[in-house]
Design a protein around this ligand. Structure first.
Ligand SMILES: Nc1ncnc2c1ncn2[C@@H]1O[C@H](COP(=O)(O)OP(=O)(O)OP(=O)(O)O)[C@@H](O)[C@H]1O
Ligand SMILES: [Mg+2]
Length: 279
């Protein structure tokens, strides 16, 4: 009897593990789908800007108009560059493991992906980024957490609103806190304890952008943050908004073997060891 029960437990655990792997894969697709949408639209915008200002510069011979045209073309080119670097870093999949990760630039990258969507739904994004050391994290997974939280925030503000993203050192200074606060509808107290449960959703199904409604977003966020030995907290007030705070540990400061390269390119070991600071 017990053996049967054990075997069944083992089978169920295997199924759970399998589903978790599938979920992680689906989450990765969310980021890639986001990328595809962003790239096509933004590149179209960039090209239109470049073409129109190039025409304007050719038509007008005066310096002021030409300088303005070059400024706009440069800005469009820089924006295109920002988008392609983001795509490359997501597509390269960074690493599968944990590494020293700059949470500020990861957040900036994620915002590039959602800029178009936030504009469309009239959501202003305010950033308050303090200087923090690198976190010990898997960049892709944390980017998925940020995407999930930002899309939830956007969906809680159907008529527009504000999102504040704050990054600062945690009180004990061995971790970093990222708070994402929206001015949306809030979460009623009776629902709050269930939002991290798999399949808990108050949405009827995917919205017009094809997002939301499976109820797996926050449960995946929680799994990811816990695997990072971090934690996630939520504060919400109906009619006022919701704030999610994720705390991630700082990267360990690890000893680095210093070496010197001589003028004839020979590498000599250093006499001592230096320590790279994590902050
Ligand atoms: N920022 C928020 N404001 C208000 N309610 C929220 C917010 N974030 C989450 N919720 C509530 O928590 C529920 C669960 O969120 P979760 O992201 O897990 O699922 P979902 O958004 O419904 O679907 P999906 O898995 O496709 O993201 C939501 O259905 C919503 O009721
Ligand atoms: Mg969601």
């Amino acid at each position: 009897m017990t053996t049967d029960g054990d075997a069944q437990n083992k089978r169920l655990q295997q199924q759970v593990d399998q589903l978790k792997t599938q979920l992680a894969q689906a989450e990765k697709m969310t980021a890639l789908g986001e990328l595809l949408g962003t790239t096509t639209h933004e590149f179209n915008n960039v090209l239109m800007t470049v073409i129109n200002y190039a025409k304007m510069g050719l038509r007008h011979k005066d310096d002021a108009t030409r300088t303005k045209a070059f400024d706009r073309i440069l800005a469009a080119g820089e924006r295109a560059n920002k988008i392609t670097s983001t795509i490359l870093s997501v597509a390269r999949n960074r690493s599968h493991g944990m590494e020293s990760t700059d949470l500020v630039s990861l957040t900036e990258d994620t915002l590039v992906l959602l800029e178009r969507e936030m504009r469309k739904y009239r959501i202003q994004v305010e950033k308050q980024f303090a200087q923090v050391g690198p976190c010990w994290a898997n960049g892709n997974q944390i980017q998925q957490v940020l995407l999930n939280l930002l899309i939830n925030a956007r969906q809680a503000m159907p008529n527009g609103g504000q999102v504040l993203i704050r990054i600062r050192p945690a009180e004990d200074a061995r971790a970093v806190d990222l708070t994402l606060r929206d001015s949306g509808q809030g979460i009623p107290p009776d629902k709050l304890p269930r939002i991290f449960d798999p399949y808990f959703s108050t949405k009827d199904g995917p919205d017009e952008s094809g997002k939301g409604g499976t109820g797996l977003g926050l449960s995946a966020c929680k799994d990811i943050i816990e695997a990072h030995r971090g934690r996630v907290r939520v504060d919400s007030s109906v009619g006022k908004g919701t704030a999610f705070t994720i705390r991630l540990p700082l990267a360990p400061s690890k000893p680095v073997q210093a070496s010197f390269v001589t003028s004839n390119n020979q590498t000599l070991p250093a006499t001592g060891t230096t320590h790279a600071s994590s902050s």
